[in-house]
Design a protein around this ligand. Structure first.
Ligand code: ADP
Ligand code: ZN
Ligand code: ZN
Length: 748
């Protein structure tokens, strides 16, 4: 992309990426006058696109176009004096190419909303007022009858580092009182950025001392210290509570001490106020968070602070991978196996994989941390491409609890729990501890059934059962979020004998409340925490440490430190064991280990009871008896034999249409065309399908898919590029929505 100054000074053509799904640039002529620094890639421009005017980004500065130059429109205006950061532009181009996505849409999605709309890229500022030398030497009495001015002088005197304008006005002082002091030469103000204003660094980098590392942590950190100035990918595998975060913090300390910036990615569920507080407590320098609750203006501020290099530490979820850094120093991906790092619609990128690409380009270390690494990362570590660092001991010295399998067969159940498990819960509560009951289904019951004829409540728009909810009472489709009224009688046979089938969090909460009337029951799932702050309040309540029952989905199973939980009950381990998706076993093993990790994090040891109808299942037994590494070993071997990732690479073409025939026809033609193209070349790419998607009908649209598979990435990407071009040119593709998913996380 580096264009020589000669090209950029007076290019005749600008290749502009505009926000459309089309995989091509649009050519425009430069407008007059040229921007200060000349035309360069990364400048935002306003351009006419059809009847609209849109914000685009200059990607190429060229001498020629495929169109006659006099047919090109000039850009309407250039919005920037300086181009958007080169590292950001590089990452977007890499992403667009790798995921076969339109560059215009990629750039658009990777930009804060206000920049997309054409807002200038500059920091919002505020005034900070302080006393001048003369002001410091002036006693308040000298101001005589100007009583408020004297009080203002005293306020500023108490704050040698200055007081922000808004704080001054909040104390009831006026602008003219400030002006009066300024006119007398007693006070003055500086403009500082609203976000990550440079803090005076008194007393070093740390606000709180680092912990003394144990042997394993020290070894890991030493290894990380060795690779600070080069591409150094590391897999930090450490059991829950083994002090991975402490290692991150000390790595960041080294990075910031070298005047570089650290980017920390955490799963969606992991960016809690506690996590943030932990980072902020440690460092005296600003920690800038990018999370979903920011306003557009705050998001732009954070982005700008990172780009300008004022934010030494940036922490955020998936999309934070697109944060530009002025002086990149390290990238950390916590819980690297977590599914939320993969975007599941539109631009289907994987933030962990982009982190690796970005670190490689910037020649900086990248740490992937997890207790249960993805099979992809394990294979890289095994091949020696990543350093494999391990933490096997918990800081609290209690080994992580073993999984105890509990046979559900032929036992009476209450709220999904069998008598010995209920007894264990009773004993734990009696001993003054808390119990976590994990059940990965929200609602009251997974479905409603007619006992007379076997009818099951199903969504009218999806091939899916409806979930029964009691709070409020209704049937809900968890795939399209439609709600249905509860029927009084079976719609098929008219019987009134309708019963809930199976157990969800609401039902478990109800049963446990009845079994243990004297103990608080907290339900934690997407429904119970919908209200803002509800989750935080419940967690605060739980942390007080009274005996309590926590009933929750994976929302509670991931990341939270629950020091008073000593017993974890998994209501049913089977769903994930027998799901059809090829990653289902990996993901359910990761989830089970995470859930188990909630037990016995503090001074008391923990116990984990896993209810199952298949206590002899070899995978489950291996996990329970030998742990995640042993299971991962087996799963890898299964994947190798089945020709699945991480041993082969996949891309999935999904097609959907309200008309089944349209989707099928286009899928069939695409498969035939692709096979023809592959047949002439024989690049080692397999094309499978088309086949109906596992859930064929969703929201009244029919889903069909085509899978591409290859042992090497390059030919797979070539085939994908050919296929997307073919689809873009095909008239039938207008009636069918299609998308390509490179490295799909699921085949659903
Ligand atoms: P992880 O990120 O692996 O789950 P954490 O870094 O959160 O682990 O550490 C778990 C607990 O152990 C925390 O309360 C942390 O303060 C404590 N801890 C971590 N490392 C040490 C250490 N070297 N010495 C004492 N306590 C530690
Ligand atoms: Zn019926
Ligand atoms: Zn539905």
């Amino acid at each position: 992309m580096s264009t020589t100054p000669d090209d950029t000074a007076e290019p005749r053509v600008l290749g502009v990426a505009v926000p459309t799904p089309l995989r091509r640039l649009f050519d425009y002529r430069p407008c007059q006058p040229a921007p200060e620094g000349g035309w360069q890639p990364g400048l935002r421009v306003k351009v006419a696109l059809g009847k609209r005017e849109v914000v685009g980004i200059v990607v190429e500065c060229r001498a020629t176009s495929e169109l006659p130059l006099d047919r090109l429109k000039p850009v309407t205006a250039c919005l920037d004096a300086q181009p958007l950061p080169a590292d950001w532009l590089w990452l977007c181009r890499f992403t667009a190419r790798y995921y076969q996505h339109a560059l215009g849409d990629t750039l658009h999605q990777a930009l804060p909303v206000l920049l997309r709309q054409g807002r200038p890229l500059e920091a919002r500022t505020r005034e900070r007022w302080q006393l001048t030398e003369a002001g410091r030497n002036t006693p308040a009495e000298r101001l005589g009858r100007a009583r408020r001015q004297a009080e203002l002088l005293e306020l500023l005197r108490q704050h040698p580092r200055g007081v922000v304008g808004s704080v001054i006005s909040a104390q009831g002082f006026t602008r003219s009182q400030l002006r009066a002091l300024a006119d007398k030469g007693l006070a003055d103000s500086v403009e500082e950025p609203l976000t990550a204003a440079p803090a005076p660094r008194q007393g070093g980098l740390l606000a709180e001392p680092a912990l003394t590392l144990n042997r394993e942590q020290s070894a890991a950190l030493a290894e990380l210290h060795q690779g600070l100035d080069r591409f150094h990918p590391c897999l930090l595998q450490g059991v829950t509570g083994s002090g991975k975060t402490e290692v991150y913090l000390q790595l960041i300390e080294a990075v910031v001490a070298h005047d570089r910036q650290a980017l920390v990615l955490v799963p969606e569920i992991g960016l809690t106020p506690q996590t943030l507080a932990r980072f902020k407590r440690r460092f005296r320098v600003p920690v800038v968070a990018l999370h979903s609750q920011l306003t557009d203006a705050e998001r732009l501020d954070a982005w700008e602070a990172a780009r300008a290099g004022r934010a030494p530490i940036v922490i955020g979820t998936r999309s934070a991978i697109f944060t530009p850094l002025a002086r990149p120093g390290a990238i950390i991906v916590d819980e690297e196996h977590d599914g939320s790092f993969k975007q599941q619609d539109g631009l289907r990128y994987h933030a962990r994989d982009l982190a690796i690409a970005r670190a490689h380009r910037d020649a900086i270390p990248v740490v992937l941390g997890s207790a249960t690494p993805s099979l992809e990362s394990l294979v890289q570590a095994r091949a020696g491409n990543y350093r494999h660092l391990r933490l096997t001991r918990r800081a609290s010295h209690h080994a992580p609890a073993r999984l105890e399998l509990v046979d559900l067969r032929g036992r009476p159940r209450q709220g999904g729990l069998i008598p010995p498990v209920i007894d264990a819960i009773r004993q734990t509560l009696a001993a003054g501890s808390q119990v976590l009951v994990f059940i990965n289904r929200r609602g009251f019951a997974p479905t409603l059934a007619c006992h007379a004829c076997g009818w099951l409540a199903e969504c009218e728009h999806c091939d899916a059962r409806l979930t029964l909810h009691r709070q409020p009472p209704q049937l809900t489709c968890h795939h399209c979020e439609r709600h249905y009224r509860l029927p009084d009688a079976c719609p098929d046979c008219g019987s009134a004998d309708l019963r809930p089938l199976g157990t969800g969090t609401e039902r478990s909460e109800e049963t446990l409340g009845a079994l243990f009337p004297d103990v608080a029951v907290h339900r934690i799932d997407r429904d119970s925490t919908r209200r803002k702050d509800a989750f935080e309040q419940t967690l605060a309540e739980i942390r007080r440490g009274e005996p309590a029952l926590l009933v929750g989905t994976q929302m509670i199973a991931k990341g939270h430190h629950l020091p008073h939980v000593t017993l974890v009950v998994v209501v049913n381990a089977d769903a994930g064991l027998y799901a059809s998706d090829f990653r289902a076993l990996e993901h359910s093993a990761q989830l089970l280990v995470q859930v188990a990790g909630r037990a016995g994090r503090a001074e008391r040891p923990g116990r984990v009871l896993v209810q199952t109808l298949h206590p002899d299942d070899p995978h489950l037994r291996l996990l329970a008896e030998s742990g995640y590494d042993a299971l991962a070993e087996t799963l890898l071997e299964d994947r190798r034999l089945a020709g699945l990732p991480p041993y082969r690479y996949l891309a999935l073409l999904r097609l959907e249409s309200p008309r089944e025939a349209d989707a099928n026809q286009l899928a069939g033609e695409a498969a035939e065309a692709l096979r023809g193209w592959l047949g002439e070349r024989d690049p080692g790419v397999d094309c499978l399908g088309p086949v109906p998607a596992p859930m064929e009908r969703r929201q009244n649209r029919y889903h069909v898919q085509l899978m591409l598979s290859a042992a090497r990435r390059a030919p797979l990407h070539e085939a994908c590029a050919w296929l997307t071009h073919w689809l873009e040119a095909h008239p039938g593709a207008r009636r069918v929505r299609w998308s390509l998913d490179v490295d799909p996380q699921t085949l659903a």
